[in-house]
Design a protein around this ligand. Structure first.
Ligand code: CMP
Length: 410
């Protein structure tokens, strides 16, 4: 290894983080994303504007110059993404060249290439007319910035077999309806049902409910076939919608599970649990992120849940003053154990990731995990003692909770 390689790798790692990783709190990555989104939108707007003869006549040259600048940005972006490709976790094991080749074949990189290659071809071979509207493919570059679009892609990929079955069902119904109508009324209405292609157009229009191509069945059997076709149309189109809807639900549940699973690892109380209990726990915990300043618990309100801090900080307003709880601590257990009202107000000091355990699940979980139950009770006991001690006017400076929380007033 030469002396310069580690530095190169660090710079490439950072560039990968900015370009590809897109962490929510990485300012550089967010600025770059917004810049690229702005360039894409401006470029697509420019391309559409250029199709207007008046605008083209007045600003044609400026728009062309702007288009070339945008393409330069897209080309630099493409080269930078190719450079950082070996940092991709899924391509780590490959050599840099193979990692880049693999990366270049991913759908988003193909779209990125289409954003600038046609113009390069135009410049290299003047006179060859490339379709100007292929530039609108650049709009697809926005897909990278829409996690929801990526979710749709994953859902469609996961449900591809069920969706293929739908296509086969719809095709089968369409053909059966067309064949029936062609047989019954083909001779009566040869212009519209005289051959299978015409009859298929009729059945497709009926199934999609865009009307029957202005065709009214002339016979009773024809009317029955048309009515059945319309009803089957509802079934045929409801099916893929239901499949995609269920796929979305599953995808979101899967993502919640992964997020919750990762958060559970931040709470030491759960460290002694075996894999099966953790998986049960992940099923009943809900992940919630609260911004700074949010009141999570209000004193004297009834208790409905307990909270674990996966990251961030909260303040508990006690009689001795504010007490800070941090990552790994928990709160909200006292009202659930005593079935009385909340003993203090708890507020987020900064953006805080919480795991929420509902009251019923709390009691069930403690019954099933007596060791954890004993620890939670011990902490609650100590907190109660601290609060009682404080309210009876004892020395305030000695207040420390068993969870390691420190009084802020110290
Ligand atoms: P609960 O009474 O349900 O709601 C307020 C929560 O604040 C309480 O449960 C405890 O989890 C927490 N709390 C109350 N007193 C203290 C204390 N002295 N130290 C740390 N946390 C406390």
């Amino acid at each position: 290894m030469t002396g310069t390689e580690p530095r190169l790798s660090t710079a490439r790692e950072r560039a990968f983080e900015i370009l590809e990783h897109g962490r929510r709190r990485d300012l550089a990555s967010r600025i770059l994303d917004w810049f690229l989104v702005a360039v894409i939108l401006a470029n697509v707007a420019g391309t559409i504007a250029q199709t207007q003869p008046e605008i083209e006549a007045a600003y044609g040259e400026d728009l062309q110059l702007f288009d070339r600048l945008c393409v330069l940005v897209f080309a630099i972006e493409y080269v930078a993404r190719m450079w950082v490709a070996p940092e991709h976790p899924l391509l780590h094991k490959l050599s840099a060249a193979r990692a880049r080749l693999r990366f270049a074949a991913t759908p988003m990189m193909v779209i990125d290439a289409l954003a600038f290659v046609p113009l390069l071809l135009e410049l290299a071979f003047p006179g060859v007319a490339y379709l100007r509207l292929t530039r609108l493919v650049r709009f697809l570059k926005l897909a990278r910035y829409s996690p929801a679009l990526a979710t749709i892609g994953r859902v469609v990929a996961a449900e591809r077999r069920a969706l293929l079955a739908c296509v086969i069902i719809i095709g089968g119904v369409m053909m059966a309806a067309a064949a029936a109508m062609h047989t019954v009324e083909g001779e009566l209405q040869p212009e519209r049902l005289g051959d299978m292609s015409k009859a298929m157009w009729w059945s497709a229009a009926m199934l999609a409910k865009i009307g029957g191509g202005e065709l009214t069945p002339l016979t009773a059997t024809g009317r029955i076939i048309a009515a059945i076709t319309v009803m089957l149309g509802i079934f045929c189109f409801a099916l893929p919608v239901a499949i995609i809807g269920r796929g979305f639900y599953e995808e979101i549940r899967r993502r919640d599970f992964v997020v919750t699973f990762a958060m559970v690892a931040h709470v030491p109380l759960f460290s002694q649990l075996d894999a099966a209990s953790i998986s049960d726990l992940v099923g009943i915990l809900k992940a919630r992120t609260v911004p700074a300043g949010t009141t999570i618990i209000r004193k004297s309100e009834p208790g409905d849940a307990m909270y674990f801090i996966a990251s961030g900080k909260v303040t508990v307003e006690t009689a001795t003053g504010p007490i800070r709880l941090e990552e790994g601590d928990f709160f909200g257990e006292m009202a659930l154990l005593t079935r009385e009202r909340r003993t203090a107000t708890v507020t987020a000091v900064k953006s805080t990731d919480l795991l929420v355990l509902d009251c019923d699940d709390f009691h069930r979980f403690l019954d099933r995990n007596p060791d954890i139950g004993a620890k939670v009770r011990a902490v609650a006991h100590e907190r109660t003692a601290t609060n009682q001690h404080a309210s009876s006017g004892a020395d305030q400076a000695s207040t420390r909770t068993s969870s390691g929380a420190e009084p802020l007033s110290k």
